[in-house]
Design a protein around this ligand. Sequence first.
Ligand code: GLY
Length: 368
Amino acid sequence: MNTTMRIVDVGGATPYAISIGPGLLQYGPLLAERVRGRHALIVSDSNIAPLYANTVTAALRAAGPHLQLATYTLPAGENSKTLTVFSDIIDALAALGASRDATVFALGGGVVGDLAGFAAACWMRGIDCVQLPTSLLAMVDSSVGGKTAVDIPQGKNLVGAFHPPSTVLADTSTLRTLPPRELRAGLAEIVKYGAIRDSEFIEWLEQQRHALLNDDDDMLSEAIARSCIHKAEIVERDPFEHGERALLNFGHTFGHAIEAEQGYASSTGTALNHGEAVAVGMVLAARLSTALGFARDSDTARLRGLLDSCGLPTELPPGLAPEALLARMRLDKKNLAGRLRLVLWHGIGQAMVVPDVDEASVLDLLRA
Ligand code: GLY
């Protein structure tokens, strides 16, 4: 393979590697060596399957002529993250005759990764899942760390399992077909790593943001690798989110509330997508930190400046009722004993979990 590949190792009880570089989906041996048995199911969605499912299937066939392969394609979008689609993937595994040594390939963004990962977690109590993320957001966040889930009417990601992938192959050439708005959404999660634990990374992002927005392959790979190193360090110490993994939710409690109140983004709607909502949420978390006396306003200004220059929103969209947002925040999975538990910061690179945040301060902020 004639390409530069970066590798990030995730340690802990179930170690695996994250490989990052262009052209990985075409590299059959790399894909086939992950299939311990004979069966592999490629799960993808209606946007991504037409672009890459044939590439993956052909590469697997060439490297493993003995393999029995099938593809399951779900309708693209968060609305597919249901128990019904989960059950359809299980049916596809049954139809393939998948045994315990079968592999699920999750080819797509976060929705595909969560669904396929959850099906892999449940089929025969757990089979291998190879994550093949095709969005920047999935490459730097959802494909790493083993969180899998589906949504139910009562809330997002309420049914799921921790099921670490057996490997992650992030083919950066897929970013070329990613709509610019989706690329920017991924940048929000990249900025998050700097915001919570790496002020030097923030400085680097401030310098490289134009290259990143212009699809500079090498800079994107570097940003992905640096983000994955942060995520790996955290999830190998705290795989089940008993402690520091919660820091990865900086901006997410506000962000999830915005997403839920607006209705989850579709390709046609005007609602903020996940990365955009997280960008707004990080600025709100930073502002709340200042209001509560934890951090200086200048750090918020710097974060806001970086997100702005990445083309991300930094203000609450109009028309959202503060009380309704707060009600959504009360449902966050991080909360304990009915108390609002938020990730705030002391400034750039210094996030912390604050266990019992005064709701009145949050309402004041949302009303401001
Ligand atoms: N996306 C946050 C986490 O994986 O913990």
